[in-house]
Design a protein around this ligand. Sequence first.
Ligand SMILES: [Zn+2]
Length: 225
Amino acid sequence: MICLKDTLFKPRVWQIFLSKIIEFFFPRYCFSCRRVLALNEHLFCRRCQKQVFLNEKEYLLKEEFFTRVLAPFAYEEPLSQAIKDLKYKNKIHLIREIAKFSRPYFEEIDKSFIVCPVPLHSLRLQERGFNQSLLLARKVFKNHRVEELLLRQKYTKPQVSLKGKERRQNVKGAFRVRYPERVRGQRVLLFDDVLTTGATVTECAKTLIKAGATEVKVAVLARAG
Ligand SMILES: [Zn+2]
C-alpha cells in the first residue's frame, strides 16, 4: 500500500479569494479532523488525505465472470469510518464528498460500460432507506449510463458475519436480471462500496454474463483485508 499523493493544483489569487468567501458561507469540514475544507478538498483535508491508503496494485481476483477489479482504496480508517457513517448512521451528505474524493480514480473506465450498482434486497432498502452503491455510482460515474440492471431476490444474512465458503453459499442465486434486453450484448461495470471476499460481485457478474452481457468489470471504492 502507498499513501495518497498530494495532487492539489496551485490556485490563482482571485481563486483563493473566491474560495475563502465560499468556505466562510458554506463551510464543509474534514471528516477526520473537522478542519474547514478548502474548495479543492473533498471529504478529507490535505493532511488527513495522506492517511488514506491506496491499493498499490490492481486487485486480481481469479474469476471467470469478470475481467478486472478496480479497487483504488484500502478499507482502512479514516475512509472506512466515512463509509460506515454513510451506511449505518444515515449521513447521506457524505455521498457527494466521497464521490468527489474518489472520482479521479475511476476516470479510466470506458464510457461504453453501463454502470450497475450492486442491489440491496427490498427489505434492507426499506430498513436503510437508500442503496449507498446506487447513490455513489450516480455521483462517481456522472458521464456514464447508470442503471439498476439487477434485482436482489433473496434476503441474505450480512456477509460480514460469514466465512469465505459460507459467503458464496449465502449469495448463491440471490440476484436476477431486471431487464434482460438491456443487458444482452452490453459491457457492464458492477459497482459496490466495499469488497471483501468478492462473493457478492462474483454472483452478480455470473448473473449478468448468463443474461448475455459480453463483459463485466468490477469497481469498488475500498477493498477490505
Ligand atoms: Zn483533516
